[in-house]
Design a protein around this ligand. Structure first.
Ligand SMILES: C[S@@+](CC[C@H](N)C(=O)[O-])C[C@H]1O[C@@H](n2cnc3c(N)ncnc32)[C@H](O)[C@@H]1O
Length: 210
């Protein structure tokens, strides 16, 4: 089972080394940041003193919040993405960069972060890795620290592979993510099922507190 999981994780990571997506995504920020989006009211409940962006890609969201944040740590499984962020943020703000294994927050001290967020990425991850990250999030957040996670709510094709699914949503579920969060020792503060690109209830947002 572990080998299959590693294979899937590596496949997802490999599919996100292509640069075309990142350039296009820079032009599509509104879904996350515009008035009327479900994300900002929850994002505004984060204390950005020490904040991690998990699965940062080329850093479009980090750039957007840089002026509001204290210390930012950008984490991604792909070295190429972290290299792009190093270049993008050279000399700007207090930004650190970490390449991880795909289910961990290496080099982050216990109880050291006020916030973590992850947009447009966990929707693709293996559900087992979402659980692993929730446990890591509980470890690194200070008591009262919060995490805002954009997760998959696609319960179709449980035996399949994410790339077979609508918008590359992996098998996932908001109710399962809420359960995992609580078992990881986190408190669920808010949760909402959302539509994605016209697909009803495909995604969800989860705000948790350590
Ligand atoms: C669709 S991109 C989104 C990037 C960024 N969050 C954004 O919205 O622009 C998905 C990101 O997840 C990263 N990724 C894929 N699998 C991962 C994993 N298991 N752990 C951490 N990052 C991962 C990819 O390298 C990529 O940066």
């Amino acid at each position: 089972m572990e080998d299959r999981l590693i294979q899937e994780r590596q496949r997802i990571a490999g599919d996100h080394r292509e640069v075309g997506y990142y350039e296009q995504a820079e032009r599509w920020m509104g879904g996350f940041w515009d008035e009327g989006s479900p994300f900002p009211p929850l994002f505004d409940q984060l204390d950005l003193t020490t904040v991690i962006e998990l699965a940062c890609g080329h850093g479009r969201h980090a750039e957007h919040i840089l002026h509001r944040a204290g210390d930012i740590t950008l984490i991604d499984v792909n070295e190429t993405n972290i290299a792009a962020c190093r270049q993008r943020f050279a000399g700007k703000g207090r930004v650190q960069f970490i390449v991880n294994k795909g289910n961990d927050l290496p080099g982050i001290a216990d109880a050291s972060q006020t916030a973590l967020f992850c947009y447009d990425a966990m929707v693709h991850f293996e559900l087992i890795d979402v659980l692993a990250y929730l446990r890591e999030i509980k470890r690194v957040l200070i008591p009262g620290g919060r995490a805002l996670l954009h997760v998959s709510n696609n319960t179709e094709n449980p035996e399949g592979t994410y790339s077979q699914n609508r918008h590359w949503r992996n098998f996932g579920s908001l109710v399962v993510a809420r359960h995992f969060a609580v078992r990881a020792g986190l408190r669920v503060l808010a949760h909402e099922v959302i539509d994605w690109s016209g697909e009803p209830a495909l995604d969800a947002i989860l705000l948790v507190e350590a």
